[in-house]
Design a binder for this molecule. Structure first.
Ligand code: SF4
Length: 305
């Protein structure tokens, strides 16, 4: 599954949402500055494409998740607001340099890069992802890079290409529990394929590579299924986990099964830590890149690095 930070955006009217789920209005001095920078460099963000409810907070704090390989995806997950399109192998070769320039101008200490799925490319876009990490290393060597990737079609060579670029964090979202995966994710994605990606990354990645995943709650999963997903991710070597509420981006998307109260998220965070994750972020508004830097740093400390 691709870059599924894009899970559930916030439907603009906000009707029927519990009081703990609200989009915050834009605030802070950096918000217009960030928007101008991204527009100037023609860069897409998951924040905008996926109508993320945290956009205002993150942009005001000088953080955004940049989208690679365009802003349209070859897949159609039932929860995702990203437009589906088949670009027939077209890639903008200037994108890696533009992304690196944004990181340099923005003086980011930590950047999250994500991708749309590109099943139209033989390597799923792996070469472009790797080139982007390399360009960032050249432009801003101290910046930490979190790469949130799709499953690259299950291609081990494509994954090796990405790993060779040595991101600090390799993230891939499992999205949901095993039983719901076929209904929630595009048919080309798969629960076991995602776990295999982590196993391979753990074996082939550089020492110290941090692996991260994310699950949505409120899709109809049961507690035993969630516990099983935690155990599966840990067995596959995943260190960091985020848990957030699924929100329906539009009436055309999969309905929300239920809204999970904040206190229940706290309990699930404790269970995830008990399952062995080194870092967990959980809450109704948490998305896979939310406060990514602080989660990484706390996990690094826990992992002794
Ligand atoms: S449709 Fe699926 S694969 Fe494509 S960006 Fe959305 S979540 Fe990722």
């Amino acid at each position: 599954m691709a870059a599924a930070e894009q899970r559930g955006g916030l439907h603009p009217d906000g009707h029927g949402l519990p009081e703990w789920i609200r989009a915050r209005p834009p605030r802070g001095e950096l918000y217009p500055e960030v928007r101008a920078l991204l527009d100037d460099l023609r860069l897409g963000t998951v924040c905008r494409e996926a109508r993320c409810p945290n956009l205002s907070e993150c942009w005001s704090d000088g953080a955004a998740t940049l989208m690679l390989l365009g802003t349209e995806c070859t897949r159609r997950c039932t929860f995702c607001a990203v437009t589906t399109h088949w670009p027939r192998g077209v890639v903008d070769r200037t994108e890696p340099a533009r992304v690196a320039e944004a990181v340099r101008r923005w003086k980011l200490r930590y950047v999250v890069l994500t991708q749309v799925c590109r099943d139209d490319l033989a390597d799923g876009g792996a070469a472009v992802l790797a080139e982007t990490v390399s360009e960032i290393r050249r432009a801003s060597s101290a910046t930490l890079v979190e790469l949130l990737i799709g499953d690259l079609g299950g291609d081990a060579d494509a994954l090796a290409t990405v790993l060779a670029s040595a991101p600090d964090v390799l993230a891939h979202n499992l999205e949901t529990v095993r039983g719901l995966s076929p209904q929630v994710r595009d048919p080309r994605a798969g629960y076991d394929r995602s776990l295999e990606l982590f196993r391979r990354a753990g074996q082939a990645g550089r020492a110290g590579l941090v692996l991260k995943s994310s699950l949505m709650l409120g899709l109809g999963e049961s507690p035993p299924e969630l516990d099983a997903a935690f155990a599966d991710l840990r067995a596959a070597g995943v260190h960091l986990l985020t848990l957030g509420q699924y929100l329906r981006p539009s009436p055309a998307h999969r309905p929300v099964d239920r809204f999970v109260p904040p206190a229940e998220f706290d309990r699930w965070a404790d269970r995830a830590r008990d399952a062995g994750f080194a870092g967990v972020a959980a809450g109704p508004m948490v998305r896979s890149s939310y406060r990514a830097e602080s989660l990484y740093r706390s996990a690094r400390a826990a992992l002794g690095g």
